[in-house]
Ligand binder design. Structure first.
Ligand code: FES
Length: 117
């Protein structure tokens, strides 16, 4: 085992506790993370912080798809973020952090913040 690459996962909740096309907010290592479950059953974790409204609200956003991109639209000013990358879909300059997420035995855990691509 290599300590440098070892990832600690924080248990967030059971999968059933996230509505389909819904999100939950969780505190992971002191950071506000929003965890979403898509219609297809995929689970994604991005920062809960909406850079446009400067509030931790993304977990309460609307989940949907644009083409085949799963996104969440901020409940404040409706900007949409790609759940896979955190990229704002209409503003190439804006991206929110994403996190590794793991679903084991229908329990959802969030790992480390991903490096920006
Ligand atoms: S969706 Fe409009 S600025 Fe991002």
């Amino acid at each position: 085992m290599n300590a440098a690459t070892e990832t600690t996962y924080t248990t967030v909740c059971r999968l059933d506790q996230i509505e389909v096309e819904g999100g939950v907010a969780a505190l992971v290592d002191g950071e506000a993370v929003a965890v979403f479950r898509t219609h297809e059953g995929e689970v994604f974790a991005i920062s809960n912080y909406d850079p446009f409204s400067r509030a931790s609200v993304l977990a309460r956003g609307i989940v949907g798809t644009r083409g085949d991109i799963p996104f969440v639209a901020s409940p404040m000013y409706k900007q949409a973020f790609d759940l896979r990358t955190g990229q704002c879909l209409d503003d190439a300059a804006v991206r929110v952090p994403t996190y590794d997420v793991l679903v084991t035995d229908r329990v959802v855990s969030v790992g480390r913040k991903r490096e920006s691509p």
